[in-house]
Design a binder for this molecule. Structure first.
Ligand SMILES: Cc1ncc(COP(=O)(O)O)c(C=O)c1O
Length: 376
């Protein structure tokens, strides 16, 4: 795990800063900044740089495969989660007979493609109660017409973590639906067991400490048929420049069909370095270290006069806690000048705790928050 020395060396920008906003933006370690500089060097080689870009691309697929519990061939790389979901919607080709279930704790990237007028399916919303998505509410929505359940493993809104194995079991028992899981708020922060998931999506700029502009897509081989994207483009096509190319096109099957154009190689270098970094530190070790910080923060928040939006259920929490207060903007305006960084957005305040945070961060934040509340 990180020591005070390695933390200082790897994250010099965190000196003197209480950074509790990884759920919005991760702070890249120096190796990620070096990787971006390496991308710039390789790009200066022009076309000769492509072989180096491609090596990074393959390495990122291998790293992502390890994290997702898949093989490199089952990983597709695109430019953000939203792109991945729009391509997924294109692949699924839903009809008016189909139903999709989304949740009210999900980020719009995964929830909204199904709500566009071009999607003829009926959308049902699995709604949280007291901040938690309850299985019995899901079961009531499932049926023979359910084609897809879209969920986030960890909610961007309040940090609630779904009980994934139980969710998968309920879906299998009550419907023929595919299960698509957004792991953006989990990957790099908690150990993952994604066995049985039909589509996995993550952005790259949060807990894996990469840059913007990456989307990591997992398509298990058994789901190739469902998730082959019939989009225009070229990078994902089987023969974009062949003699028949203007007569008909065919996408590469499965994961590869999610890379429709020239990859964002800068993001690939950064994500590769970031994922490599968190995996070298050890995601298990990160979680073991950061969990007591999260629980201490939760206990501290419970004592303050604010509305906790995260359920008080330690088994259903990863790295995010959220709360509401009518004076959110004033609270932010007190914390930020003290170099305390939390999120104020979507009607709530959010704290995110990663392996580079310390108990001193939590104590300083809680003390400053208490003072801010008292001075209101
Ligand atoms: C769960 C989740 N998914 C996806 C995203 C981002 O999506 P995109 O990569 O399309 O910007 C976020 C946050 O920005 C998120 O919290």
């Amino acid at each position: 795990m990180l020591t005070p020395t390695s933390r200082e060396a790897n994250f010099p920008s965190l000196a003197g800063k209480t950074y509790l906003n990884t759920a919005a933006e991760g702070i890249p370690p120096t190796v990620v900044i070096d990787a971006l500089a390496q991308y710039a060097q390789d790009k200066l080689l022009g076309m000769d740089g492509r072989v180096l870009h491609e090596a990074q691309w393959r390495a990122l697929k291998e790293q992502t495969a390890r994290a997702y519990g898949l093989t490199a061939d089952e990983i597709g790389l695109c430019s953000c989660s939203s792109e991945a979901y729009n391509l997924a919607a294109l692949a699924l080709q839903l009809t008016a007979d189909d139903e999709v279930i989304i949740t009210d704790l999900d980020f719009p990237a995964g929830a909204t493609p199904w709500l566009q007028p071009t999607c003829p399916a009926t959308v049902k919303v699995w709604r949280a109660r007291e901040g938690a998505l309850r299985l019995e509410d899901l079961v009531a929505l499932l049926g023979p017409r359910t084609r897809l359940l879209q969920v986030s493993l960890v909610s961007f809104f309040n940090g609630f973590m779904i009980p994934l194995p139980a969710v998968l079991a309920a879906v299998r028992q009550h419907s023929p639906a595919l299960v698509s899981v957004d792991v953006t708020q989990a990957l790099g922060r908690i150990p993952l067991d994604l066995a049985g998931v039909d589509l996995i999506v993550s952005s790259t700029h949060k807990w894996i400490l990469g840059s913007h502009g990456g989307g990591l897509v997992g398509v298990p081989a058994a789901r190739t048929e469902e998730w082959t994207v019939p989009a225009g483009g070229w990078f994902h096509l089987q023969d974009p420049f062949g003699p028949e190319s203007l007569k008909k096109v065919a996408s590469k099957p499965g994961a590869a069909s999610f890379s429709v154009g020239m990859p964002n190689y800068a993001a690939v270098y950064a994500a590769n370095a970031g994922l490599n970094y968190v995996q070298a530190v050890g995601i298990q070790a990160i979680d073991a270290y950061a969990r007591p910080l999260v629980l201490a923060c939760l206990e501290g928040l419970k004592k303050l006069p604010l509305e906790l939006l995260t359920p008080d259920e330690p088994d259903a929490i990863a790295g995010i806690l959220a709360f509401r207060h009518p004076e959110a903007e004033r609270i932010q305006s007190v914390l930020h000048p003290k170099d305390i960084h939390i999120m104020s957005h979507a009607g709530r305040l959010r704290v995110a705790i990663h392996g580079y945070n310390t108990m001193a961060d939590i104590e300083y934040f809680l003390q400053a928050l208490e003072e801010a509340l008292r001075s209101g």
